[in-house]
Design a protein around this ligand. Sequence first.
Ligand code: SF4
Length: 380
Amino acid sequence: MNKGQSVNEHHFTLSERMKILSAGTKYDSCNQSAVCHAFGPDGRCIQLYKTLLTNACAGECTYCPNRCGRDSTKATLSPEEIAKITWSFYRKNAIEGLFLSSGIIGDAEKTAEQQLEVAQLLRNQGFTGYIHMRVMPGTPRYLLEEIADYANKFGVNAETTNSVNYSEICPNFDYNKDVLQRLQWTRDLINKKRKEAGYGGRIVGANDTQFVVGALSEPDRDIVRTVDRFMDKYELRRPYFMSFDPVPSTPLENNEASPHWREIRLYQTSFLLKDYGLKAFDFDAIYDDSGLLYDQDPKMLLAQAHPERFPVDINSASMGELLLVPGIGPVGAKRIVQSRPLLSEKELMRMGVVMERARPFIEINGGRQTNLASFLGAGS
Ligand code: SF4
């Protein structure tokens, strides 16, 4: 029995434990139902059975409902039970895979052994669905290597932007050694798997991490810079963000909740970093005085902050210029470039362009329907 399991352990039915442990994933960026949405390897949103192995954690993260010593309902699922539940959802087409995280069962090594066992059970029984594994900080390299043989996506939560902040909220681990070093290893293992021939035909996903937003006073500017750095250094594709919500009987219980929109704006910003070729410094013009994003679409704010970049002519603009136009995404920009010349708004709408957003920022062969200055003057 681990340190965290001493509190309030009961004998629950399987479905009661499933419910408790799906709710226990609250701080692994998702809702609290057993089936949640996550980003697949191609960026597509997929449905996963999301659970913890246990919420009886030996760790003491200051924001977490599962922290050791907190008087709360504890439950555990065995690797066999999780494999069985995953199969039963999968056979009913209710999910496309599994997202597995956990509280710390004794230490990171023992926890990863059980996570690995779940993945092995599933794959050895012919499971071809998606396996997304959130491993503990400090997981030994030999276990990460084994997990890489079975999981599509795996990584460690960074939670925050630097080691000082990290030691404040996650006192059991070392940011540089237990988190960043592991993100480097998971990056290398994913790359190795991608290169290996005969990797069972499975799509190898990407490195994975998550940030808790608002547990500390760190501004969005720091989070965006960290995400940008992680994308370059650890080849992070899609970071996850989780708004801080104070949990009773934790050291941060009296702190203010972070507004949910902050999480949404950070997601939008991370998409702009990943899919639109922007860099962290591009956003410097759109933070408030405290370095926080506004509750407005960051791409629209960026365009409004740089009127000198517009209008762009749909028939001569580069891909990069098109991508800066609100209402034009990567797919739309590609279609525009492939289908030129385009002569009407109707044609642009067929390419997926949202004209209400794009109109003030574009022209078609020199002609414009809405002037940017009048658009900005209208306070849109
Ligand atoms: S390691 Fe920290 S964040 Fe994860 S379950 Fe334990 S206390 Fe919570």
